[in-house]
Design a protein around this ligand. Structure first.
Ligand SMILES: [Zn+2]
Length: 305
């Protein structure tokens, strides 16, 4: 299947060569985005000024997402592709690489963040943890970067993108302040977040949480029995009240953990479902980045306080 997709890319590149690009001045910019976080950001910045196609909906795991034939057609029809980067979209990276060599504008929004602000990780080919959107501070930088890139691609709407970025960054500042205020009820010793996969390191760094996860950074590897045993002992030892499910990761790993705690004569609640690598359904509050973050924060504080 993968070879087929690569062959398709080569074929489409060849057939596109004769195409004369219509001047963007006279039409809307066509943008394809990968994760729902990136889709939401472009929507906030561009509104109706671009034709936007987001590939991954609610509950879709970007680590495992493979491009379909239809996706490849969307990539080719787009003026630009915005994706998260740092190998979050592990199976799309090859495709984007090939397209970049063919002259397609592919933009990793992670390029907005300086290396010193990224969390190192040996689990990814990029050597960095790709779940950076959980740092609101870094997401502000991403916001400015995406607005700047949109402005370069679509000069006629440059002031719209700049204005929207300014307003959105202000909203993100409000979100940060609200997060800090909500956390006041949670003393440091209760700030331990146990989740299905390791998406929350940036959250932990920003808000002084110790983060423990069953799976590694990518959901491509399943949690082993040893991990479940080790973390169940940790939960008992630290008297942790609740562990969390994630919307884009199967529930069975966290349930196995809960069962392991029970088998040792203790109890741990499932504190709720957190949005990790995908936002909630479109049209709901959790379907936006800000709504998702507020929901996660409320869920975590309520379950652990
Ligand atoms: Zn992840």
């Amino acid at each position: 299947m993968k070879n087929y997709i690569i062959a398709l890319i080569v074929l489409m590149a060849f057939s596109c060569k004769k195409e004369v690009k219509v001047d963007i001045e006279n039409r809307k910019l066509k943008v394809v985005t990968t994760t729902s976080q990136v889709t939401d950001l472009v929507k906030e910045l561009a509104g109706d000024n671009v034709i936007l196609e987001g590939l991954m909906g609610a509950g879709v795991d970007p680590h495992l997402y493979k491009a379909s034939e239809g996706d490849v057609t969307k990539f080719y029809n787009a003026d630009a592709i915005f994706y998260s980067g740092l190998h979050l979209e592990g199976k799309l990276e090859d495709v984007f690489e090939k397209m970049r060599h063919q002259g397609k504008t592919t933009i990793a929004v992670s390029d907005a963040i300086s290396k010193s602000d990224l969390i190192s990780s040996v689990d990814f080919a990029s050597s960095y943890d790709p779940h950076f959107w959980f740092s609101v501070t870094q997401w502000k930088k991403v916001t400015q970067y995406v607005a700047d890139e949109l402005s370069k691609l679509d000069v006629k709407n440059a002031t719209v993108y700049a204005d929207n970025a300014k307003k959105y960054i202000e909203k993100l500042t409000v979100l940060e302040k609200r997060n800090m205020a909500q956390l006041e009820v949670l003393p440091i010793e209760k700030r331990i977040l146990v989740t299905a996969h390791d998406a929350f390191a940036y959250f932990g760094k920003a808000y002084d949480f110790q983060v423990v996860s069953l799976q590694g950074l990518s959901t491509a590897t399943e949690a082993g029995v040893q991990d479940v045993q080790r973390i169940s002992s940790f939960i008992i030892e630290h008297n942790i009240k609740a562990v969390f499910i994630e919307s884009s990761v199967p529930v069975r790993t966290v349930e196995a953990l809960q069962a392991a705690v029970k088998s040792k004569g203790h109890q741990v609640e499932i504190g709720g479902t957190l949005y990790s690598d995908a936002l909630g359904n479109p049209g709901t509050k959790e379907g936006t980045y800000i709504g998702m973050y507020a929901y996660n924060m409320k869920t975590i504080v309520n379950a652990l306080k």
